[in-house]
Design a protein around this ligand. Sequence first.
Ligand SMILES: Nc1nc2c(ncn2[C@@H]2O[C@H](COP(=O)(O)OP(=O)(O)OP(=O)(O)O)[C@@H](O)[C@H]2O)c(=O)[nH]1
Ligand SMILES: [Mg+2]
Length: 421
Amino acid sequence: MQYFTEQALSQREALEKVRAKYGESAQVLSHRTVRLGGFMGLFAREGVEVTGYLRPEPRPQSRPPADLEEEKRKILALAGAPAAGQAAAAAAAMAQAKADQALQTVLAELRGLKERIDEMPRAAAEPEDHATIRRMDALLALNDFSEPFRREAVARLRRDFTLEALEDEDEVQSSVLEWIGDSLQLWRESSEPARPRVLALVGPTGVGKTTTIAKLAAIYSVGISGERPRSVRMITIDNYRIGARQQIETYGGIMGVPVSCVETAEDLRKTIAFHSDADLILVDTVGKSPRDAVKLAEMQRILAACGPAAELHLALSATTKASDMAQAMRQFEPFDYKAVVITKLDETDRIGNVVSALAERRKPISYITNGQRVPQDIERARAERILMSLEGFRVDRARIEERYGGASPQPEDRRVRAERS
Ligand SMILES: Nc1nc2c(ncn2[C@@H]2O[C@H](COP(=O)(O)OP(=O)(O)OP(=O)(O)O)[C@@H](O)[C@H]2O)c(=O)[nH]1
Ligand SMILES: [Mg+2]
């Protein structure tokens, strides 16, 4: 307890001093008359001295019952409480842990449910729309076309078709197919490519970049159906993964295509300069997660050494879900990729996700790969090939080929077909 003593000329003044100094908590116990000031007993004046103590601060509010229980359990445990007490405390703790776990499970399930609901295709057509419009919307949803793409198609169907015309469902389907075909942009090689033509492939991990590079090296180095064989080189920036280096070196060994492994931008620049007599230099890169911005920036810095004329292509697997595909396209945007290689077309029947993502960003498709075999399973992108692989559409093949297949098939396409037949 804290005590105080204050002196003043009067009791009133002494009490005022106490209040001012210690506030309401001051409790005066006694007062007495004293002599104040003076010199050696002379000139002193009579005054008052008050003595008292400070009332302790009120105790904080008692804790809520749950905390009290917790305290009790701890004290019992510390004091070596009887076994029954400990058992009760342990049981209570376990019950609490179980309740927490159950809550976490429920929350995780709710989160998953929300994600699934968000991903569920919502109908772009209204119930009052003509049955053909609703069926077209369902067909596009079946093929994983994005909601904006389907909304656009539904709006166009409402606008361009009379009720009578909507009765001819085959004709409507053919029109929708043509709209899809027209939305596709195809990458065409320059008729006078730079020499050497440098083509680098970037993309998320495991989409098939190295396999695609090997396929391209094979088809261009062999020279197909009268095309002159090109002198091809492969460079990999994936130097530190032993398996990856072996993978591309094995392909190079089989095809007789020289392979160089580089680590830095300077290495890359020098290696390209060293192979300046080649027709085509293919650059394979290590797969990057689109979420890893730092590594993406580093790869971009290295690839700048390919020079301004280099073609950067983004490899995307057709099996990627629409939202991840959009994210990959966005994250690789700073690479200024010129075209997209769609890989693993053989692993899915639904490619609307790719088609709508490319249409929304106006990116052309350069190559399509549809299997693991090197070099057979690759072709230059063709609209009719993509349209034919759509699910559930009754395709008027002759009409599609007439519209999109005007140009004779690319040499490697003929070869691939010959090999398959
Ligand atoms: N089904 C199928 N599998 C493919 C295709 N292209 C590649 N693959 C397979 O996909 C797997 C990964 O291929 P890689 O070429 O190593 O992929 P990557 O993009 O180089 O992988 P990282 O370098 O690790 O990023 C391998 O098993 C390939 O055989 C394709 O068109 N279809
Ligand atoms: Mg690779």
